[in-house]
Write a protein that binds this ligand. Structure first.
Ligand SMILES: [Zn+2]
Length: 311
């Protein structure tokens, strides 16, 4: 028994160096294999990074140096998304039921964060879907005109802001900010009283400049506000979001001539059509008229020109 143990011990001692050598060799082999895998993974990671950089692919899926503008088909209502590779801004959020669709589209485009949500005014066809948008994506800042409204949609919007820990910035004076090569200039109403049905004239008017390309988003501006904008001047733009869903006002023709857009988008509805005079006056000013009631209008700017994205 004892001799067996000794023999075993001896034999173990005798075998040990061989086993250690084997273990060393297998450790070395494993280390080489692991380093190899690590190196392959490292190269793969570098290749993915290079591909992403070369393709200009970012989280938003937008092309490098391109501004995409999406005028959603949300009925007689406004919801306009502007986004680049690294920035995204939503101007208005359509009616109540549009909110979830807008959020779904943002996700589909890879947009999980808005740098700004701009509410031009608090009518239900502009602020209606804002609560769902606020719940659905991260938002850096919210900009709104300097007044309040007593309505269900406005309360839902305020509640969603509160829940998200956001405080909207109400502007009484014009404001500008730059995002990823785009300049956003927000023009506020000059007067504090526009008489009956005045809210439309409180609309924030948004000018977006991308290189040499200019967008003018005119909210629901009516005649008094159009007069202010004509007085202020500097209206020429490549793309006009036609004011007030294509309602024709006394100053519409003069305003369209001053803007002289290549493209004019009208956010009307099949059951509440734009005025024929508006379309005529826009075409007379040289614009190609695009109607969201015929489907979402999408266009891209490369900083020199605008191209319509066929849906
Ligand atoms: Zn409206």
């Amino acid at each position: 028994m004892l001799s067996f143990l000794r023999a075993g011990a001896r034999s173990k001692r005798g075998l040990w160096p061989i086993q250690r050598n084997r273990r060393r060799r297998s450790l070395r082999a494993f280390a080489q294999f692991a380093l190899g895998v690590f190196a392959v993974r490292k190269v793969a990671l570098v290749l993915v990074f290079v591909c992403l950089t070369m393709c200009g692919c970012a989280a938003s899926g937008a092309e490098e140096d391109t501004l995409t503008a999406v005028f959603y088909d949300v009925g007689k209502a406004d919801a306009i998304l502007l986004y680049t590779e690294d920035a995204a801004v939503l101007v208005d959020a359509g009616v109540n039921k549009s909110g979830e669709d807008i959020v779904a589209d943002l996700h589909a485009r890879g947009i999980e964060r808005l740098d700004a949500l701009i509410i031009t005014h608090f009518d239900k066809d502009h602020v209606g879907g804002a609560d769902k948008v606020i719940e659905g994506v991260e938002i850096a800042r919210v900009l709104e005109p300097d007044y309040e409204k007593d309505s269900k949609q406005f309360r839902q919007y305020r509640e969603a802001l509160y829940e998200a820990g956001l405080q909207a910035e109400a502007f009484a004076e014009n404001v500008e900010f730059a995002l990823d090569g785009c300049n956003f200039a927000i023009d506020v109403a000059n007067a504090s009283d526009y008489g009956e049905d005045e809210e439309n004239d409180f609309s924030l008017v948004v000018r977006v400049t991308h290189g040499a390309v200019r967008f003018l988003l005119a909210g629901d501006a009516e005649n008094a506000r159009l007069a202010e904008l004509l007085d202020e001047g500097d209206l020429q733009s490549d793309v006009l979001k036609t004011p007030h869903h294509g309602r024709y006002a006394a100053l519409s023709a003069a305003f369209f001539q001053a803007v002289s857009p290549e493209y004019a988008v009208i956010t009307s509805d099949a059951e509440d059509l734009e005025d024929a005079e508006t379309v005529y006056a826009l075409e007379l000013a040289g614009a190609r008229v695009l109607l969201t009631r015929e489907g979402t209008v999408e266009m891209t700017s490369n900083g020199d020109a605008v191209r319509i994205v066929e849906q």
